[in-house]
Design a protein around this ligand. Structure first.
Ligand code: GLN
Length: 485
């Protein structure tokens, strides 16, 4: 059952080949026996999952329900889930039980009838590229358990890649959906900023954060993204605009589709073997009728430094709410209020989160604001203009997702700058707010390589269709890690 796609699962449930309870039990058993090797879940909600499965079975028996009813899904532990621990990968929220559901949780489980298997491990407050900053310990890559799965959505991708969930939610502030998807042979999509509600999604950098999906294929991703998307009055940055038919849009030919390759994305820094896989995919797109041209995104080398001013600035402000008073970790036996603040935050936050808060506070401080934060906002505008210019002549932009295959656990933990450079190809899409996705385009020494596609605002349907056409012609995305078949 764990090899079936979402479409196949829906058909199986509808024709009573198996019930949602059987399907859910099958996944829960796999989690129990295989997850100790990976650490992809922080919390498994078995009881709730079975109750949701029974409700879905009853619905299906009445001939009701939709395309996702009764299908299990794992939630990144950044989304508030009523009555269930929501840790955000941090000691700060280790004992936090959310009092309400995030909008996407309500949409996926209450409205669409999906079954929540549990909450996935992640880098602390989504800060990281390897899932090594989690308070709950690192996640292992199912393709090689001595390597990282990428981050910050490392638990979500490890769970889906090892078939411990058919699909999972994830979030992307600078690459946290796409980079881990690339490192684990998955398809991950970060939609346009404002497409999916951020209500109930724990904030990291609010002008960059966007929720999305990690799945085994573009088709699976389309089904789930469709159910998550849409206007939400509870999120003031949510965009009031109808959602395109993402699933229905998958059958179209890509003949004549104009794809631009930014020359900056193929320069020095990209591993030659990974580059070769990406170029083979380019030839495949050409064979499918796409028209390839070289473009330039001249400001893209500035995206990492810009991000590491803007994101920490917003994080320092967002994380000020964890003061030990209202919720979250509170240090024991503090003598004064100030000591209580200091110790609660010192104990509750890990080293990377503290580093970001310090950088953010510094760049926002009087005297440095103009030199750093304001300057970064100006460069952000230039990055946005690069894309605007590019989309005047091409429909999609194609490049690598990451510089190389998954690296070894511990390889970059002592070098934050090397870790930050992981996101060199993914960050620009967040700064500009455009949709972007990653899909697998082959392997180097048995490890997956990711290909990135970026689109114009609200062009998710075109992105997913292009990825789907590529996946119809290739079989990389169907490969499973041997130890988790
Ligand atoms: N790796 C980047 C960071 O550490 C991006 C994280 C993300 O997208 N949430 O900030």
């Amino acid at each position: 059952m764990h090899t079936l796609s979402i479409k196949e699962l829906a058909a199986g449930l509808r024709s009573r080949k198996f019930s949602s309870r059987e399907l859910t039990q099958h996944y829960l058993k796999r989690i129990e026996s295989l997850d100790p090797q990976l650490n992809s879940y922080i919390t498994v909600t078995a009881e709730r999952a079975l109750a949701q499965a029974d409700a879905a079975d009853a619905k299906l028996a009445r001939g009701e329900g939709g395309a996702l009813t009764g299908i299990p899904l794992a939630q990144k532990d950044i989304f508030c889930t009523e009555g269930v621990k929501t840790s955000c990968g941090s000691r700060m929220l280790d004992r936090f039980v959310a009092p309400y559901d995030a909008t996407i949780v309500r949409k996926l489980h209450q409205d669409a009838g999906m079954v929540m298997l549990g909450k996935c491990n992640m880098d602390e407050f989504a800060m990281g590229s390897s899932n090594e900053t989690s308070w709950y310990g690192p996640v292992k890559n199912p393709w090689d358990v001595t390597r990282v799965p990428g981050g910050s959505s490392g638990g979500s991708v490890a769970a889906v890649a090892a078939r411990l969930a058919p699909v999972a939610t994830a979030t992307d502030t600078g690459g946290s959906i796409r980079q881990p998807a690339a490192l684990t042979n998955l398809t991950g999509i970060k939609p346009t900023y404002g497409r999916v509600s951020r209500y109930g999604m724990i904030a990291f950098a609010s002008s960059l954060d966007q929720a999305g999906v990690v799945a085994r294929s573009a088709e699976d991703a389309a089904h789930v993204l469709q159910a998550m998307s849409g206007f939400d009055p509870l999120d003031s940055t949510s965009v009031e605009r109808p959602v395109d038919d993402l699933v229905g849009g998958l059958g179209r030919s890509i003949k004549g589709l104009r794809i631009g390759l930014p020359k900056e994305y193929f320069a020095e820094g990209l591993a030659p073997a990974a580059r070769e896989r990406v170029m083979a995919a380019v030839r495949q797109f050409e064979a499918l009728g796409a028209v390839i041209s070289e473009i330039s995104l001249p400001n893209s080398p500035l995206s990492v430094p810009t991000y590491y001013v803007v994101a920490p600035a917003e994080a320092s402000s967002n994380l000020a709410r964890y003061d030990g008073v209202r919720y979250g970790h509170r240090a024991a036996d503090a003598k004064t209020l100030e000591e209580m603040y200091k110790r609660s935050r010192g104990e509750g936050f890990g080293a990377e989160v503290q580093r970001r808060i310090m950088i953010g506070t510094y760049v926002l401080s009087h005297g440095y604001y103009d030199a750093y934060y304001l300057k970064a906002q100006k460069v952000r505008k230039l990055i946005y203009e690069d894309f605007k210019r590019a989309f005047a002549s091409v429909d999609l932009v194609l490049g690598p997702t990451a510089t190389d295959v998954a690296f070894k656990l511990g390889a970059k933990t002592d070098d934050p700058v090397a870790m930050y450079l992981n996101d060199i190809y993914t960050i620009a899409a967040n700064l500009a707010g455009i949709p972007a996705m990653s899909l697998s385009c082959g392997f180097v020494d048995g490890l997956p390589v990711g290909l990135q596609l970026m689109g114009n605002y609200f062009d998710e349907a075109r992105l997913l269709n292009a990825a789907h056409q590529y996946q119809q012609a290739t079989d990389f995305h169907t490969q499973m890690p041997k130890a988790f078949q």
